[in-house]
Design a protein around this ligand. Structure first.
Ligand code: UD1
Ligand code: UDP
Length: 360
């Protein structure tokens, strides 16, 4: 049986892996490598546990530090694993430092790389994820964009021959796990002191963790000051990157309408998406989930990542500023039930089929 090394490290990658690994293991021996980039229980283990992802064969324990240091340490450690395991292919997801380090390690050993979620572009190298995406796409033998717009970027960069649209494994996961929700997952939302947060009848769901929005008080407070004004409370599970700043700002400004929570598991997160009035986020995953659930979304970023979600203003960009966010949240939205740009919920089957064609 041929061997495939799948490499993951960060929260959104565990979710994509969950749906792909299940299909992959019917045909291949999968060696699962966790770089350790995310390591808190509620940023890592909870996903393996609740999504039934097999225990990693390796956990490299590499996290934090500068981008260069983290990527460099991963490169060294991944090369050792690939030399030992001699995989026929390395399977990668998304655009984190773990993704790029693995692509570099593999290609230097002449191991082919398959990149799931290839081809997205912001148009600026100021974004660390953009650097990771460009490098990984150009090193991959197989690029698997989710949508037409991602395919177009690959075509422009001369990568057409490597690329096939497969749909979005995040949509597979959303469809599969939405079926498993029974409401219990909503009793697992905890404040930082461990107390259960009881959901109000109406609420907004917010996630905000990107370096661009959270590395200064001014920007994060711009977002908070908008949410504080709304007609219902905001549930905000906070990424560890900016927990300290979030707690400080809420307390300093005496905000009452924003409920800070520990990061939640995947089922809780999609349940919040499904039940929220509207969503405010800077997450690539959450803005798509809002679209899958037909929920109006405001994305606090300067750049369009998923243009398909922007049709009819279903998802709108905003600056991290009170007035802009409030204005965008008021826009009337019309979802088109016939428009399905993220596939049919079976992208994992297509991913494995394409890998099979390549390896044979
Ligand atoms: C990374 C990805 C980003 C993705 C996000 C998903 C890169 C360049 N960015 O950003 O694309 O959206 O993951 O969530 O790879 N930390 C903890 N505990 C954890 C994880 C992180 O305390 O379990 C803290 C560490 O202090 C770390 C900081 O958060 O230094 C930032 O983590 P890092 O993995 O560098 O970047 P993310 O912001 O998570
Ligand atoms: N998510 C989660 N718990 C949280 C916040 C988000 O499970 O506390 C899920 C969310 O529903 C989506 C994914 O994590 O499926 C998005 O990951 P993230 O925002 O960390 O990364 P990005 O998608 O921006 O790369």
């Amino acid at each position: 049986m041929k061997k495939i090394c799948s490499v993951v490290g960060a929260r959104p990658q565990f979710i994509k892996l969950a749906v792909v690994s299940r299909v992959l293991r019917k045909e291949y021996r999968e060696v699962l490598i966790h770089t350790g980039q995310h390591y808190d229980y509620n940023m890592s283990d909870v996903f393996f546990y609740e999504m039934d992802i097999p225990h990693p064969d390796y956990n490299l324990g590499i996290s934090g530090g500068t981008h260069g240091k983290m990527t460099g340490q991963m490169l060294i450690a991944l090369e050792e694993v690939f030399i030992r395991e001699e995989p026929d292919l390395v399977l990668l997801f998304g655009d984190t430092n773990s993704t790029m380090a693995a692509a570099l390690a593999a290609v230097k050993l002449h191991i082919p790389v398959c990149h799931v979620e290839a081809g997205n572009r912001f148009g600026t190298l100021d974004s660390p994820e953009e650097v990771n995406r460009i490098v990984t796409d150009h090193l991959s033998s197989i690029n698997l964009p989710c949508t037409e717009s991602s395919l177009r970027f690959l075509e422009i960069e001369g990568l057409k021959e490597t690329a096939t649209i497969v749909g979005d494994p995040m949509y597979d996961a959303f469809c599969y796990y939405t079926e498993c929700l029974n409401g219990d997952e909503l009793s697992e939302i905890k404040s930082f002191d461990g107390k259960e947060i009881v959901l109000p009848p109406e609420f907004y769901y917010m996630t905000c963790h990107r370096q661009e929005n959270t590395d200064t008080d001014e920007k994060l407070d711009g977002v908070f000051s908008a949410m504080e004004e709304l007609d219902a409370p905001t549930i905000y599970p906070v990424h560890p990157r900016n927990r300290e700043r979030a707690v400080k700002l809420i307390s300093k400004n005496n905000y009452r309408n924003i409920l800070l929570a520990q990061p939640v598991g995947y089922k809780t997160s999609i349940s919040l998406v499904n039940k929220a009035k509207k969503i405010v986020t800077d997450s690539g995953g959450v803005q798509r989930e809002a679209f899958f659930a037909n929920k109006p979304c405001v994305t606090v970023l300067d750049f369009v990542v998923w243009p398909e979600t922007m049709r009819n203003n279903c998802n709108q960009l905003a600056k991290p500023e009170r007035e802009d966010i409030l204005r965008k949240l008021k826009t009337e939205i019309l979802f088109d039930p016939t428009y399905h740009p993220f596939g049919d919920g079976h992208s994992a089957d297509k991913i494995v089929r394409i890998i099979k064609e390549f390896l044979e």
